[in-house]
Write a protein that binds this ligand. Structure first.
Ligand code: FE2
Length: 264
């Protein structure tokens, strides 16, 4: 395998109800529309699907939809929790193939590391001492593989006052571990409901918009963006480089799977 193709869906914020809306968008139909868009694109099929947190909106009933939507695609589905997930429930609900929650997974020349950055009762994130040690071990024992590190919370400022109050609290400790290694090629997160691309010491930094509502970039106060749902495609090359693109799903679904309109 010379190229490893991934598709990342993030922050679907599902409910048990199939028609429940969040910020004007019916979250399950929006996720299904994003997946359908990906399935009709040249990026399909990927080798791996990534779902990077806030799988549900504080409603454990939403995980059954994750199983139904992603469970029969015929490929591994790697998941991490976000601040609206319950990590223990998520491990239980997504505890069987094709789902993997946390740890790391190897695919050819690449290792994908899945970090739990949840801080119970907080919208902010934090990596525990144990998780930082697991990250250090996963990078040290990667056996020549390139590494893609995923977490829910942003480890760099997003230049957005309200969002930067709910990022990764101990980002400095995270970077201390990352900087001890030379095999990390990219860091990928959700949480911020907007697209971001940066570079830090040759490491690509990537954030991906939600499959439902987005947040206005660089905003001082919380504000919902009118941009549509989105997902990210990644092509990880065997030389450690990567190609990536955010795909905006221009048709957004509001209220039911049959009505399509713009929403605030
Ligand atoms: Fe979210």
């Amino acid at each position: 395998m010379s190229v490893l193709r991934l598709i990342q869906f993030t922050d679907p914020h599902l409910y048990r109800s199939e028609t429940e809306t969040l910020r004007g968008i019916a979250t399950l139909p929006a996720l299904k529309a994003a997946l359908a868009d990906a399935q009709q694109s040249s990026a399909w099929p990927p080798e791996v699907v990534l779902v990077t947190g806030d799988l549900v909106q504080d409603d454990p009933g939403g995980y059954a939809h994750i199983r139904r939507v992603f469970g029969s695609l015929g490929m591994p589905v790697l998941c991490i929790p976000g601040n609206h997930d319950d990590p223990a429930v998520m491990h239980r609900e997504l505890g069987a193939d094709p789902f993997t929650v946390g740890g790391f997974s190897d695919f050819g020349a690449w290792r994908i590391v899945l970090l739990d950055s949840c801080l119970p009762g907080s919208a902010s994130g934090r990596l525990s001492e144990k998780t930082l040690a697991q990250l250090d071990h996963a990078l040290r024992a990667a056996d020549g593989r390139h590494c893609l590190v995923t977490l829910h919370h942003h480890p760099v400022p997003m230049s957005s006052r309200w969002l930067d109050r709910v990022g990764l609290d101990n980002a400095e400790e995270f970077w201390n571990v990352i900087d001890r290694h030379h095999n990390v090629r990219a860091i990928l997160w959700g949480h911020v409901h907007q697209s971001y691309e940066g570079l830090r010491r040759d490491v690509r930094l990537l954030a991906t918009p939600s499959t439902c509502a987005q947040f206005v970039p660089h905003a001082d106060e919380f504000a919902v963006d009118r941009r549509p749902p989105a997902y990210r495609t990644l092509e990880l090359q065997s030389d450690g480089s990567l190609l990536t693109e955010v795909v905006w799903v221009e048709k957004r679904v509001v209220g039911s799977s049959h009505s399509v309109c713009s929403a605030a």
